[in-house]
Design a protein around this ligand. Structure first.
Ligand SMILES: Cc1cc2nc3c(=O)[nH]c(=O)nc-3n(C[C@H](O)[C@H](O)[C@H](O)COP(=O)(O)OP(=O)(O)OC[C@H]3O[C@@H](n4cnc5c(N)ncnc54)[C@H](O)[C@@H]3O)c2cc1C
Length: 427
């Protein structure tokens, strides 16, 4: 049977952060990194914008400011990002504050979807050069903690230390692993909202600040702004019962491609937290996703702001008419009425925030602007950790977005380093 000192499941930023740290600090450690895909998934290959300011991406129940900033220094030193310049930020900040909101001033870099792919390739080659064994296209199925071995779709492998960092896609997988290990967890939070798409001239702030992070009342915020060569995409999700639904998302390519389409898109999301009776955020989100899929003929819904304001559904005409000054970048989407699919409290809060945003950045509520629904961000399972290094059993650690220790690339990387420090004490 193959045997390693450390097995890392997931080659996303959390897994990479751990692998690089261990390989560099203790080069004689045998490390295996497996991933069910050929490349890591998620944000590094979708837009790859990185945030280097606390608390963006760092869940505050696990990270205080000094700790996160300490790890962010290491992440910054390793990834050497080119921080984007911002301008006029005080003007927007003052306007937002007058409306009871705020605009965070975040250090950001942006590689674009094409640039992210190059980064992943380079990082995987560097890991290989450091002696880390990579097995891409291999899926972990289960773990036997007593025997110190994992079972994958091709073999059994033994470990001394195991990191499971399967990202958000690994949500159900991680729940099954936690149940098999008797580690308690909850998943009671979810972000629900829409993706807004418009021309850059209707949202010109993106020329001053690539991904402006506005926070408004009612736990509503803007998130994941893309511009230049920007596109809205749909992501497929499958429920535990095997039903399919779609969430929208967005990304942009780098300037180097020279194919700017003049579009901007961003999410506007409301955080919903269940208290009593404690409900699963995942189950709630899935039901909303299925409801939207039902109404959209198994596609997400889209509606022009002009139609929404008049209380009318959007139709094919709304997307082929001289009223409207651009066509949607997501083609496989159903014109409709998002207010029939969205819970009213969420829609009310989001529309209120949109109106505030339109006051801060006048023009974003142009009649042409498209609202796509649903955009859902599943918060992770929150397991009970045994220590600050994200250990759940004697030799098993979890990290990254799937395990609730991060909500973005840089924090996922920092979580991986933190796990590595925990493991290094015993290796
Ligand atoms: C479309 C999109 C765009 C995004 N854009 C950004 C952005 O611009 N900036 C940002 O900061 N964040 C962005 N994010 C979020 C970002 O992707 C995550 O925060 C980050 O990737 C989390 O890192 P991770 O290592 O926890 O998980 P991931 O990066 O998701 O990696 C987990 C890996 O585990 C593998 N895996 C899962 N289950 C198994 C298994 N059973 N066996 C083996 N391998 C398994 C998966 O294939 C995956 O490669 C985006 C996410 C998406 C989906």
């Amino acid at each position: 049977m193959d045997s390693y000192d450390v097995i890392i499941v997931g080659s996303g930023p959390a897994g990479m952060g751990a692998a690089f740290e261990i390989a560099r600090k203790k080069p004689d450690t045998s490390i295996l990194m497996i991933d069910k895909n050929k490349y890591s998934t998620g944000g590094m290959r979708n837009d790859c914008k990185m945030n280097f300011t606390y608390p963006i991406g760092f869940p505050q129940e696990y990270w205080d400011k000094p700790t996160a900033e300490g790890y962010l220094k290491d992440v910054t030193a390793f990834l050497a990002p080119e921080i984007l310049h911002k301008s006029n930020i005080e003007v927007y900040q003052k306007r937002a504050e007058r409306l009871g909101g705020s605009l965070l001033d975040i250090r950001q870099s942006h590689l674009g979807t094409d640039g992210g792919l190059l980064l992943i390739k380079r990082l995987l080659a560097d890991l290989d050069a450091l002696g880390v064994t990579l097995s891409l296209g291999e899926t972990m199925l289960s773990v036997d903690e007593e025997q110190h071995l994992i079972t994958t779709d091709t073999r059994e492998i033994s470990y001394r230390k195991l990191l499971i960092a399967p990202g958000r896609q690994g949500f159900h997988f991680l729940q099954n692993i936690l149940t098999s290990l008797n580690v308690p967890f909850i998943d009671n939070i979810v972000d629900i909202g829409i993706r807004v798409e418009t021309r850059i001239e209707h949202y010109p702030i993106v020329k001053d600040y690539y991904d402006p992070k506005f926070y408004f009342e009612d736990k509503v915020r803007t998130f994941c702004t893309n511009s230049g060569d920007a596109h809205v995409v749909k992501e497929k999700y499958v429920t535990s019962r095997g039903d399919t639904w779609y969430s929208v998302n967005g990304h942009a390519y780098s300037k180097e491609r020279n194919r700017e389409n003049g579009m901007a898109n961003f999410a506007i999301l409301k955080t919903v937290k269940f208290t009593a009776p404690l409900a699963s955020g995942q189950a709630y989100a899935e039901n909303l996703g299925l409801q939207a899929a039902l109404m959209g003929g198994n596609r997400p819904l889209m509606q022009r702001v002009g139609d929404f304001r008049l209380g009318s559904r959007s139709k094919e005409d709304s997307f082929n008419s001289d009223y409207f000054d651009f066509t949607p970048t997501l083609k496989d989407c159903c014109p409709g009425d998002i207010s029939l699919a969205m819970p009213s409290k969420i829609l009310r809060n989001i529309w209120k925030a949109m109106k505030s945003l339109d006051t801060v950045v006048p023009g974003v509520l142009h009649p042409s602007t498209i609202m796509y629904y649903p955009e859902i961000k599943l918060y992770a399972n929150k397991p009970v950790y045994r220590d600050a290094m994200f250990r759940v059993t004697q030799n098993i650690y979890l990290a990254g977005d799937g395990a609730g220790t991060s909500r973005g690339i840089t924090a996922a990387w920092a979580s991986g380093i933190r796990v590595a420090h925990g493991m290094l004490k015993d290796l």
